[in-house]
Write a protein that binds this ligand. Structure first.
Ligand code: ADP
Ligand code: MG
Length: 545
């Protein structure tokens, strides 16, 4: 009798081989099914309620994937590629998940039949390489154009990014705003220099772009009503100093034996505060912003001297003001001189909906702008912000890499045709694999049709025919249930989105295919049976009965 060899701790769940691979692919499929319907201009949105009861409505692939709290180890890869796509280019997050899932789905029969995963991976890599060459080849480079042409191009890309979102009705309005916001930045196009503020109420069209910094009026004490609410050419003191009497603090102990001494302590405290205030006043500032609270005495003091003040300004707003207006954030009142003050052309406090806003315009230094969004429900505004984020990212990307391709499935159909043609020139397993990947690419136009309620088979046939005849920019026409030249229709997307999406999707597919064994240690305190491979049909080997 052979002795049993025990390698792993009791309760460790291991599953390996083909069934493991198939189970991982199945798990990915379930994830893809969750986001499938959100793709494209006719895509639906998802309402996700988290454990705390917070509801989020979103169409953004990355957001949905993040909120889904996926625990399956292989399927998590898809979450990661969606996140990386979001960070890298900002749009195309649903597409990347869909493509990865579809590549896996198409090669699944080969896995089941016993083709070695390495062979499949090699084919995917080859297909990817061909696709990259083709995209770079086809992408329309926009060279040396005039300012107006560039603007028009950017607006089109922004509009395409927004056309699949909740705010697609207002996409022309917002694409102008987004392009203005991005163009107001300096060459590096720092994303954090565009502030987005949300004020519920009003209609979307009441949203506005402030060229400069704006933030909600902070909590203020009595006395602020008397402070002036608008200045021309103002000097701004940025502080990280508490301007409040600290008498209420009880973490110090002072022993006094008569009232006079007590009075001295109180006087000293007032004196310290007044000294600070006097120094700030002497510096010539007429707007004082502080990260820490500004108390009632200080508020009154400033109001008496025609100085506007705001305490508890959020750090990011203070930083943005500093970058925009110059100056420095001071932590002591001793060195406040004219040279550490920021300047701006125009300051005012204005009513926006139910909120009061402090607006700084005409800032000399870094270029920055703030979008004040108006609209109904809060979830709606949050989704608007996410959609604008996508559009802003797209515009930034397009400025950096000014080449575009046509969307609406056009580029995917062309790549699919390329791969199919290529597969006919080679022999063996690779031929079938490349053809399978070519089929996988068709998921984008197919899903766009499905989501719009079109007859996908019919439209895909038309598209294949057109592309065979050389109509390389033909894609789905979402308005007419037909196909159209999407380059002429101005459904443009930066080529970098597609390059990134395809690369990430292929990498993810390869990674999932290269895993053939999962070993899961039992969680402390958990029964050994629990926690076995999530959704698929993970076969457990060596499980204690
Ligand atoms: P993602 O998160 O991948 O960006 P979207 O829901 O934004 O997903 O959908 C993007 C897809 O919709 C792209 O393939 C794009 O080409 C397509 N698309 C966008 N606007 C149009 C349009 N007007 N007509 C046809 N397709 C469009
Ligand atoms: Mg998009």
């Amino acid at each position: 009798m052979q002795p049993q060899i025990v390698l792993l701790k009791e309760g460790t769940d291991t599953s390996q081989g083909k069934p493991q691979l198939v189970s991982n692919i199945n798990a990915c499929q379930s994830i893809v099914d969750a986001v499938r319907t959100t793709l494209g201009p006719r895509g639906m949105d998802k309402l996700i309620v988290d454990a705390h009861g917070k509801a989020t409505i979103s169409n953004d692939g990355a957001t949905i994937m993040k909120l889904l709290e996926i625990i399956h180890p292989a399927a998590k890869t898809l979450v990661d590629i969606a996140k990386s796509q979001d960070a890298e280019v900002g749009d195309g997050t649903t597409s990347v998940v869909l493509l990865a899932g579809e590549f896996l789905k198409q090669v699944k029969p080969f896995v089941e039949e016993g083709v070695h995963p390495r062979v499949i991976i090699k084919a995917i890599r080859k297909a990817l390489q061909l696709c990259m060459e083709k995209i770079n080849d086809m992408a329309v480079q926009i060279v040396e154009q005039s300012k107006e042409d560039q603007r028009a191009l950017l607006e089109k890309c922004a509009a395409t990014a927004m056309s699949s979102k909740l705010i697609h009705q207002q996409k022309d309005f917002f694409s102008r705003i987004v392009v203005d916001a991005v163009l107001s930045l300096d060459e590096l196009l720092p994303l954090n220099m565009i502030g987005i503020k949300k004020v519920t109420g009003g209609s979307l069209e009441e949203s506005q772009l402030v060229s400069g910094v704006a933030f909600k009026k902070t909590f203020s004490y009595a006395g602020f009503e008397m402070a002036p609410k608008s200045y021309e050419k103002c000097k701004i003191a940025l502080l990280n100093i508490e301007l409040e009497l600290k008498a209420e603090r009880d973490n110090a102990e002072i022993r006094v034996d008569n009232v006079k001494e007590y009075q001295k302590v109180v006087d000293a405290e007032w004196q310290i505060l007044y000294n600070k205030l006097a120094k700030i006043h002497e510096s010539g500032a007429n707007v004082v912003l502080s990260k820490l609270p500004i108390g009632d005495v200080a508020t009154q003091y400033f109001a008496d001297r025609d100085i506007f003040c705001a305490g508890r300004v959020p750090e990011e707003d203070l930083k943005r003001t500093m970058k925009a207006c110059g100056g420095a954030v001071m932590t002591t009142a001793n060195d406040i001189k004219a040279n550490v003050l920021g300047v701006c052309e125009h300051f005012e406090e204005r009513q926006v909906g139910g909120e009061r806003f402090n607006l700084f315009q005409g800032c000399p230094n870094a270029k920055t702008s703030t979008l004040i969004l108006r609209g109904g429900a809060e979830q709606f505004l949050e989704e608007t912000e996410r959609s604008l984020h996508d559009a802003i990212m797209i515009v930034r990307r397009t400025i950096k890499h000014d080449s575009v391709v046509a969307g609406g499935g056009a580029i995917e159909m062309e790549l699919s045709k390329l791969l199919r043609d290529y597969s006919r020139t080679i022999a063996g397993k690779e031929q079938l694999l490349i053809a399978a990947i070519a089929k996988g690419l068709e998921i984008i136009p197919r899903q766009l049709c499905d989501n719009a309620g079109f007859d996908a088979t019919n439209i895909l046939n038309k598209l294949r025919q057109k592309h065979a005849q050389g109509g390389q920019w033909f894609g789905v026409d979402i308005t007419k249930e037909d196909i159209s030249d999407n380059y002429e229709q101005c459904v443009w997307e930066p080529s970098i989105i597609k390059i990134n999406a395809l690369t990430a999707a292929a990498e993810a597919a390869c990674m999932i295919l290269s895993v053939d064994e999962t070993i899961k240690s039992p969680k402390a305190g958990e029964a050994p049976m629990a926690g076995a491979g999530g959704m698929g049909m993970g076969r457990g080997m060596g499980r204690p009965m």
